[in-house]
Ligand binder design. Structure first.
Ligand code: ZN
Length: 182
């Protein structure tokens, strides 16, 4: 062929210069996304479609590590699907996070049931845990995140992007709808 397309010749489509960094997901941007999260079994563990999009400040540790990495550079309207192994998701399960407590460590009036989610006050601050078993004298609790040890597949669509305000960057989180209110 005598005629080749620009693409075949390796030409890059011209873009305005300087490039506006605000048009892709990058540090100090506030991204709003819709996402569907599924386990390797195919079960959905989370779906933002029935609520407002999730809004987050990029590059400030607000999301599980792999999520941001996979979404970097995405534009509004772009859809990405990726799977995060536990390491890049909620981490591996830590069996030392499973502990047996005496029943009387819990208030008498508290209804003890399997699956009950509670928050413990620890030196590191509040830490959620779940009751996984109990007997007359003991209660087994698990501090592992529900999604620890799971490979998570995310189907994400970028709904909006804007530059973060100085205040948001100072606070380390997004403000307004879908973000912090204070
Ligand atoms: Zn704030």
């Amino acid at each position: 062929m005598l005629v080749t397309s620009d693409e075949e010749r390796g030409f890059v489509r011209p873009r305005p210069w300087p490039q506006n960094m605000s048009d892709t997901i990058s540090k100090d941007m506030v991204a709003s996304v819709h996402y569907i999260g599924t386990l390797s079994s195919g079960d959905e563990f989370d779906n933002s479609r029935d609520r407002d999009p999730l809004e987050f400040l990029v590059g400030h540790g607000n999301m599980i590590p792999g999520f941001e990495d996979e979404m970097m550079g995405a534009e509004v309207g772009e859809k990405r699907t990726f799977t995060l192994e536990a390491e890049r998701g909620y981490g591996e399960r830590d069996e030392s996070g499973v502990q047996e407590m005496p029943r009387d460590a819990f208030p008498d009036e508290m209804p003890i049931e399997v699956g009950l989610q509670l928050v413990g006050e620890t030196e590191q601050g509040p830490l959620p845990f779940k009751i996984t078993a109990f007997s007359d004298t003991t209660v087994t609790i698990d501090f592992n995140h529900e999604l620890a040890g799971e490979a998570l597949t995310f189907n994400v669509e970028v709904m909006g992007l804007r530059a973060a305000s100085e205040e948001e960057i100072a606070h380390g989180h997004a403000h307004g709808p879908g973000g912090h209110h204070h």
